[in-house]
Design a binder for this molecule. Sequence first.
Ligand SMILES: [Zn+2]
Length: 210
Amino acid sequence: MERWALFLVLLFAASLALVALVSPPREEAAVVVALDAGHGGHDPGAVVAGVREKDINLALALLVRAKAQGKGLRVVLTRSTDVYVDLLERVRGAESAGARLYVSLHANYHRDARVCGVETWVDTHAGEESLRLAECLQRAVVAATGAADRGVLRQTLYLRHTTLPAALLEVGYLSCPAEREKLLDPRYRERLAEGILWGILEYLRQAAPR
Ligand SMILES: [Zn+2]
């Protein structure tokens, strides 16, 4: 190859590399998912032995958002601090942010301390997509944590006020001493957050492209 031709090829390669370096990350291509840390502010949720549900929910939501970086997701939170947000505002905010799905995070309570495990709820009238989201979450979180699988269940929820695929994940029972201990353990929280993220990614992988 002529020397000038080689020079041109090198110049071309160098400019390509430069473009790749200065191009902003493709944020706009990210799928938006809404994550809700249940309760907050004046509403602590369940409180057992000084452990407040609202704090567990928020810590997990922040952890999932951090782990979602670089996975093609943009996680929008309904709250990122210890404040109470109206339930309808939470789903409206998710919708106006362009979210593809809505996941609400909670920790559970039962009078019987022997009741332990993970369960996922959908609204009584939830459609197929919400049910599929709930099943993906439940499966992934149980696999990531080894927690008892209490399945996907239905009850009347505020999630009926959104048309987004929506599920409410109960990550464990604060009233179950062993589970409460785990929910305070940073390593267990890491696994939980990974499970939640896998569940969301698995749901999106199966979902028809829009
Ligand atoms: Zn709750």
